[in-house]
Design a protein around this ligand. Structure first.
Ligand code: PLP
Length: 366
């Protein structure tokens, strides 16, 4: 038998969440964002579960190669464009759409113009206030005309810094206004919205939306309560099992550093999951873990983490779970414990935890 940890990926939940995006953005086409191994869910599962998307958006051209080799014939957007000029032949061969965000990329495309057989689609990215990637509005129109003259098919793109927060600067409204002013009179479809904008700024979608985190069933804000009523399903369930049980006396301490001291006699369960699996070491005492228990009317019970998470194991308080035994199944996150809740107890967001699921964790696509 293998070590009992397992990440199960539910392709029906993927499909459900993609349908939710269609309901929320019925006029838009969808780039399903699958960077970072599909936010840690693996490309195989994303390709199966999200096959009805209009396109996949990702970072690494080698992942585009993978998608083509596995039969994906729809569109592929390289979200940061090319990293080197010498990738242009491959990008063309793979029929990738390219984000263009800087002067160097424009020059590469101008030099390449004669070698383009079929027009390449470019998503020209404008920096409307996030100040990460993109051309300043003052430089945008010239860039547009240069690429247009070179024969490329152009789209207009920007990215919101605060679609998940109210009144934080720069606001969605301010970014959107700058974007609209700058592209006035220029042809081409637009792409603006990430998950937060799709959920909360339905007037800022554009012709192509770019959902990431909502497809995986987690919250753009990092707080599960914000998406509790959005009808999204968690796609990944991270399970493991209790591999040992300790009976403690009042005053006994648990694990490295002895962070937790038993206030009374209690049982604790040792779970085969640690930070080398991607579970956050920062998780505080009290972080919820779900223990399956058929004799419980809810099918299980929350057993909080006690003591520091170590490389391969963590420890849970079994005072609520008298039936727990070696082999009892636990859910670290999934549909019983939202990943965002674990994240909150670890001072981070669900995105980071999902992306960090370690390669040693076996994945099962369901
Ligand atoms: C990652 C990313 C997205 C998706 O963001 P979510 O918050 O996960 O929806 C959209 N657009 C760009 C440019 C991105 O890099």
């Amino acid at each position: 038998m293998n070590r009992p940890i397992l990440a199960s990926i539910h392709t029906q939940a993927f499909q459900h969440n993609l349908n939710r995006v269609r309901e929320l953005a019925p006029e838009s086409k969808i780039w399903a964002v699958i960077k970072a191994r599909a936010y840690g869910h693996c490309f195989d599962a994303a390709l199966q579960g999200l096959a009805s998307t209009d396109g996949f958006a990702l970072l690494d051209i080698q992942d585009a190669v993978w998608l083509r080799e596995h039969g994906w014939q729809g569109r592929i957007l390289l979200l940061e464009g090319l990293f080197h000029e010498n990738e242009l032949d491959l990008a063309q061969e793979l029929h990738c759409d390219l984000v263009v965000h800087c002067e160097a990329q424009i020059e590469w495309l101008e030099r390449y113009a004669d070698k383009v057989h079929k027009s390449i689609s470019v998503f020209l990215k404008m920096n409307t206030g996030m100040n990460r990637l993109g051309l300043k509005p003052a430089a945008y129109r010239t860039a547009f005309h240069r690429l247009h003259a070179a024969g490329y098919r152009l789209h207009h793109m920007t990215h919101f810094a605060n679609a998940d927060q109210v009144d934080q600067l720069p606001t969605v409204g301010a970014q959107q206004e700058l974007f609209n002013q700058t592209i006035e009179g220029l042809e081409g479809p637009t792409s603006l919205a990430n998950s937060a904008a799709i959920l909360w700024h339905r007037n800022a979608l554009g012709d192509w939306v770019r959902p990431g985190i909502m497809l995986y069933g987690a919250s753009p804000t990092g707080f599960y309560t914000d998406i509790e009523h959005a009808n999204l399903r968690s796609v990944m369930q991270l399970h493991s099992e209790i591999i040992d049980i300790q009976d403690l006396q009042a005053g006994d301490r648990i694990g490295y550093g002895g962070r937790y001291e038993a206030p009374e006699a209690m049982r604790v369960g040792i779970v085969a999951c640690g930070y080398a699996d991607g579970y956050p070491r920062q998780a505080k005492d009290g972080t919820p873990v779900w223990l399956h228990d058929d004799s419980n009317t809810n099918g299980g019970v929350i057993c909080p983490i006690v003591g520091r998470v170590s490389m391969d194991m963590l420890t849970i308080d079994l005072r609520n779970a008298p039936n727990a035994k070696i082999g009892s199944v636990v859910e670290l996150w999934g549909d019983k414990v939202p990943v965002d809740q674990v994240a909150q107890f670890s001072d981070t967001i669900g995105y980071e935890l999902l992306c960090a699921v370690a390669p040693r964790v076996p994945v099962k696509i369901i």
